[in-house]
Design a protein around this ligand. Structure first.
Ligand code: ADP
Length: 189
C-alpha cells in the first residue's frame, strides 16, 4: 500500500502517530474559529506547545467569523514544539454535505499550504482536519486532503514534504487506500 508518493519534485508521506511529535517546519492544527483552543488535536498542540501559542492567537484580531473562519488558516509560532510554526486551519462542521463542507475543507488545506509557503516551510504535517469533533466522514475527508495537496504541490512545487499524520491505524489504512491510485511514481528511498 502507498505510504509515500512523489508529486512535482515533492513528496507526500503517511504516518501514524501523534502530530505534536513531528519535527516538520510547520504542524497544522485542526483549530476552531476562535483559535482559543479546544479538544482533540487542538488541545494536544496547545498542551505540548505551551501558553505562547494561545497568547499569540489571542493577539489576532477577531472578525465577524472569528479569528479564523472555516476554510481559512493562520500561522503562529510553535512554542515548545519541535516545529517552527503552527498553522491553525479551520475545517467545516459536517452538516450532511449540503452546506459547502467539501469546498470549505479543500480551502482549509489550500490556505494552510499557502501559509506554509509564505513562511518558507520545506516540510508540513497535517492531521485529518474536521474528522473528529467536526464529524466530517473520514473517507471523503481523506480524498479531499489528498487531491488538494497533490494539486497544490503539482502547481507550486512546494512545500517539499507534506506528511499526513493519522492518529489511528484505521485512519491510516483509509489514507493508504486513497493514495494508492495516485502513487504512479513512487519514491525510491
Ligand atoms: P476537528 O474539530 O477539526 O474535527 P479533532 O481534533 O476533533 O478536529 O479531530 C481531527 C482529527 O485529528 C481526528 O481524526 C483525530 O483522530 C485526530 N487527532 C486527535 N489528536 C491527534 C494527535 N495528537 N495527533 C494527530 N491526530 C490527532
Amino acid at each position: 500500500m502507498a505510504r509515500a508518493i512523489r508529486v512535482g519534485g515533492c513528496v507526500i508521506r503517511l504516518l501514524q502517530g501523534d502530530i505534536t511529535a513531528c519535527r516538520t517546519d510547520a504542524i497544522v492544527n485542526a483549530a476552531n474559529s476562535t483559535l482559543m483552543g479546544g479538544g482533540g488535536v487542538d488541545g494536544a498542540i496547545h498542551r505540548a506547545g505551551g501558553p505562547a501559542i494561545a497568547e499569540e492567537c489571542a493577539r489576532i484580531p477577531a472578525g465577524p467569523g472569528g479569528r479564523c473562519p472555516p476554510g481559512r488558516a493562520v500561522a503562529t509560532g510553535a512554542g515548545k514544539l519541535g516545529a517552527r510554526f503552527v498553522i491553525h486551519a479551520v475545517g467545516p462542521v459536517w452538516r450532511g454535505g449540503g452546506e459547502g463542507e467539501e469546498a470549505i475543507l479543500a480551502d482549509a488545506y489550500r490556505n494552510a499550504l499557502l501559509r506554509a509557503v509564505e513562511k518558507d516551510c520545506a516540510s508540513v504535517a497535517f492531521p485529518a482536519i474536521a474528522t473528529g469533533a467536526y464529524r466530517f466522514p473520514m473517507e471523503s475527508a481523506a480524498r479531499i486532503a489528498a487531491a488538494t495537496v497533490k494539486n497544490f504541490l503539482a502547481e507550486r512545487r512546494a512545500p517539499r514534504e507534506v506528511l499526513f499524520v493519522l492518529f489511528s491505524a484505521e485512519d491510516l489504512a483509509v489514507y493508504e487506500r486513497i493514495l494508492e491510485p495516485l502513487a504512479q511514481n513512487p519514491p525510491t528511498e
